[in-house]
Design a protein around this ligand. Sequence first.
Ligand SMILES: Cc1ncc(COP(=O)(O)O)c(C=O)c1O
Length: 489
Amino acid sequence: MDQTQTPLFSALRRHAGSGPVQFHIPGHKKGAGMDLEFRQFMGDNALSIDLINIAPLDDLHNPAGVILEAQRLAAEAFGADYTFFSVQGTSGAIMAMIMSVVGEGDKILVPRNVHKSVMTAIILAGALPVFIPPVMDRRIGISHGITVQEVERALDLHPDARAVLIINPTYFGVAANLREIVRIAHGRRVPVIVDEAHGVHVHFHDDLPLSAMQAGADMAATSVHKLGGSLTQSSILNVRRGLVDPKRVQALLSMLTTTSTSYLLLASLDAARRNLAVNGSAALERTIRLAQEARRRINEISGLYCFGEEILDSEAAYDLDPTKLTIHVRELGITGYEAEKWLRKHYNIEVELSDLYNLLCIVTPGDTEAEIDLLVKALRRLAEENANPKAARDIIVRMPQIPRLALSPRDAFYAATESVPLKEADGRIIAEFIMVYPPGIPILMPGEIITRENIEYIEEPLRVGLSVQGPEDKTIGNVKVIVETSAIP
Ligand SMILES: Cc1ncc(COP(=O)(O)O)c(C=O)c1O
């Protein structure tokens, strides 16, 4: 196939260029009927291809023309048998992926630190999650992926599991030994489905971790918009033939997708795929060099640490995407949150995320030496002006014990609930999520039985100022639990 072609984007340009008289939505009609300031800011080119599924432009819900061609080119570029475009972010792709392999009462193995779209899909499907604890890295206070051994153990304990979900690479760029996980799961004919939100680019350079498709996984929800150059919210779902049914995947994607699909998003996927396929390797070569140079310079700054391959010492921390710069600021005696605010105030720098101990900065083909120089300069001043090593806090990343599931997350979600004081919730079934940051691992999920240990685990981080998120009551004085009907005497 000719990867220099963009069938969908080109069809949109041709169509807009032919000057069609539009008696269809969107009612702004190439911008003429919209707010003038917005129109001028957006530009008439973009507005002229803000179109809908009229016949010449195909239909994402039943593609047979230019969208199908664009998806086929993407499948070839990503090493998949089928690629489906998503205009509902990777969240939409993840939900379709999960709901295509599990239904009511089916077990699915998932890492405990999954994205909320995974739990949403499990609730909607009525599936039963079997949680696997991720490996905690106590040196930097983050969690990695899950190990091959844990997956094997979980499959031994739950031979009826219908799928294994892996997050690969993690937000911080750490990859597990995915090929081995796939080998073990496939040995039992269990499909491996991958949350590849942070790994669209890895497929396009040999020095990056293996992509889900390269590792032999069955499906991967891959955020083209995050690191692959398409517009925000556009994403893809890659599928391998064999253990999953592509027709069912297409049907579920369609069920979960708006009927008014944005052609701006779809065209941006088509163009991003071309750019990755044609220029990706060279662009990533530069990006990796830029990020490695940044890492080296950051590590020369006293009080800062930006990890590299030296942390790869387990099956969960098996490979690294060096374009992610996780900058550990703990030894300066400040938090990642404070460092984020300082960089915003003094250098107008916006980072990807911060937590108690770290900042995360991503480097992409959109960066040049100028941005890296500014980041290093800003970090140097941050370290000079804020160093107070005596204030450095210890790293607390305890892994909460995973509670017992009493009800399926769906039954818990739909059950009648009441609010009770956290202190008195021992033995009750929780109806909401409770998480502690860092490391961002849920302590309780809907349907689980609250234990005294969980209660203490929640109270402790609150005492030391860590952020506890999820419950309706932000003070965590009360939690929502399932109403228990007492037996008729
Ligand atoms: C690990 C992970 N999975 C899935 C998603 C969802 O992606 P999207 O925002 O494209 O819906 C995210 C988003 O941040 C994520 O971090």
